[in-house]
Design a protein around this ligand. Structure first.
Ligand code: AP5
Length: 212
């Protein structure tokens, strides 16, 4: 089963993606995590992506399509995969559809996270993240240790500063929101998810939406 998580920055895609993946017993891929790991490692991919990410702009489609192709070809994903923030433009959606087709698969469900801007801004302004496993936290300060005991320390993301949040919201409205219309036009199963409420309540809605 391929599940695409679509939603604005801070909607809870990472938080729910990890839980949905654990529930279904499939891996989760988040292009944001892949890119941040590349930035941290100083690879060619990371050097190319860093400026776009720090500003809150989208990384070019050609870069993302390379990640999608590599990721979907991994044997670990035979049973399915949760794609968190992987598709943010119509060309990326077209590219994902083509790669999936080559592998005899298709996108089964698109989960669209619905949440108002003021709630997103509040979430992002209070977020910290583990610098090892990238788990997001609320109500914890930078410098604290990650609850997963992986040696990680909590940091603030550069793109959670106000200017970058504004740019990311603009990119979502202008470039990513049309992807939902594209999926609807293609006849995909698009389920809207009320992303406000406790993490457990949102997870229950998400699992219902994917038929579990
Ligand atoms: P990415 O890391 O994917 O950022 P994003 O899409 O902006 O999403 P976030 O990670 O900020 O938020 P989220 O929805 O995962 O929410 P989270 O669960 O953390 O991408 C970063 C950058 O990489 C992009 O800006 C772009 O430059 C580049 N990029 C990545 N993919 C790309 C692509 N395909 N094409 C082009 N460029 C790409 O939750 C947020 C906070 O809220 C946390 O603190 C969390 O604890 C809290 N929270 C979660 N759920 C709840 C709840 N129910 N109630 C209260 N608080 C909650």
């Amino acid at each position: 089963m391929i599940v695409v998580l679509l939603g604005p920055p801070g909607a809870g895609k990472g938080t729910q993606g990890e839980r949905i993946a654990a529930h279904l017993g499939v891996p989760k891929i988040a292009t944001g995590d892949v890119l941040r790991a590349a930035v941290k490692a100083g690879t060619e991919l990371g050097l190319e992506a860093k400026g776009f990410m720090d500003r809150g702009d989208l990384v070019p489609d050609a870069v993302i399509l390379g990640i999608i192709k590599d990721a979907l070809a991994q044997p670990a994903q035979a049973k399915g995969v949760i794609l968190d923030g992987v598709v943010r433009t119509v060309p990326q959606a077209e590219g994902l559809a083509a790669v999936a087709r080559e592998l005899g698969k298709k996108v089964d469900v698109v989960l669209a996270f619905d949440i108002a801007d003021d709630a997103l801004i509040a979430r992002l302004s209070g977020r910290t993240m583990c610098d090892v496993c990238q788990t997001p936290y609320t109500g914890k300060n930078r410098g604290e240790k990650c609850a997963k005991n992986d040696g990680g320390t909590l940091v603030r993301r550069r793109d959670d500063e106000p200017d970058a949040i504004r740019t990311r919201l603009k990119a979502y409205r202008e470039q990513t929101a049309p992807v939902l219309d594209w999926y609807v036009a293609k006849g995909a199963q698009v389920a809207h998810l009320d992303a406000v409420g406790s993490v457990d309540d949102v997870l229950k809605r998400a699992l219902t939406a994917v038929g579990r």
